[in-house]
Design a protein around this ligand. Sequence first.
Ligand code: ACO
Length: 370
Amino acid sequence: MADQEEWSSNANEALEISFVQAAPGSLKTLSSFHPQFTYPIFGDEERIFGYQSLKLNLRFAAHDLRPNLEVLYDKKFKAVGDTKATDIEETLKEWVPEYTFEKLGAFTSHIQNDTSASSFKPPGELLETYQSKGRNFEIWSGELTDPTVQRLVERIQIMISFFIEGGTPLLLDDQDWTLARWRVYFVYEKLSNLPSPNTSPYSIVGYSTSYRFVTYVPTASSKSSTQDFTLPPPTPISPASLPSRARISQFLILPSHHSHGHGTHLYNAMVKTFRASHTCTEITVEDPNEAFDDLRDYCDYKHLLDNGTLARIFLRTDIDPKLSARKIGVRVPTSKLLDMPLLETLRKKNKIAPRQFARVVELYLLTKIA
Ligand code: ACO
């Protein structure tokens, strides 16, 4: 029986992700890092069996995200009965496009000779440009029905499994009306001082996806409350013209760009489009994690502070002469302390989901009684 330790590698350590661009003579690496999780791909133990000194180099062209996997090792375990080395290509093939497994030389030469790279633009419309630490960034947004958007998502979405606990890739071969509900938002750095004429000025920073839930608004005679449904309504009404909730689904900034404000810019750009939409009634988030909650709290708080919403919220201290601000929440129900109809009006105006609005209002009130 093979010695597990000798022939087994930690998948998170063995796999290195890098973003590259064309440069004279070779590819230039702009950033590289390891995945945080590989259990969805290599199993709960996150181990790859059957290789010594295994190294998996997963490279992406920084602009159009063309992927390439290079597998390096000193020795591969020779199969004994049912015990054989993990078939890396077979394991990864449902996560990445087929051409990911082309030879490194072919990938390198494709990037070096790609004369279209210098004119590459991210797909969709340009939503925003901004600067961070003296560098230039752009946020673009396109519909998932756009083949270029689809191709970029197909290439990059393995990152969702690498960095978002429980995150799952989108089904890109779904029916058109399902794909039509989705939008994708890309953050790119716009580079200057390019090393070669075939170098694209664009380099990916992160991306996010969102979809629309058509909102069923009950009539006065209907007893059921407002609810979401995912099926399209009967034709001829276009789902795009019906009231809907926007749901942020996957949200990722690449590790090399963390804590530079890109998540904040991306979130704000997304919610700005939702707030400007005539059909979007509310902004929701699918399974946010703690880091995303922090970002969302900060952005929503700042938005409500800047547009004067929070300044309109007061604690009522007139309802009970014995009540002082310090006793809030201990003796009096919130509904008596706050003007609930006003809060609901403010919430709807800002299109913030009820729980999130309550969180932000609570944060604000804490600053008042601290
Ligand atoms: N003052 C105080 N805090 C601030 C401020 C401010 N002015 N601005 C932002 N923040 C805080 C946050 O708490 C956080 O603090 P930290 O960077 O010091 O840790 C910081 O903002 C993050 O802000 P950004 O720099 O704008 O965010 P970043 O670009 O790093 O993106 C994100 C954050 C998206 C969570 C990123 O870390 C990431 O992609 N992580 C891996 C994937 C992930 O977890 N995605 C979310 C999954 S949930 C979902 O997909 C719905």
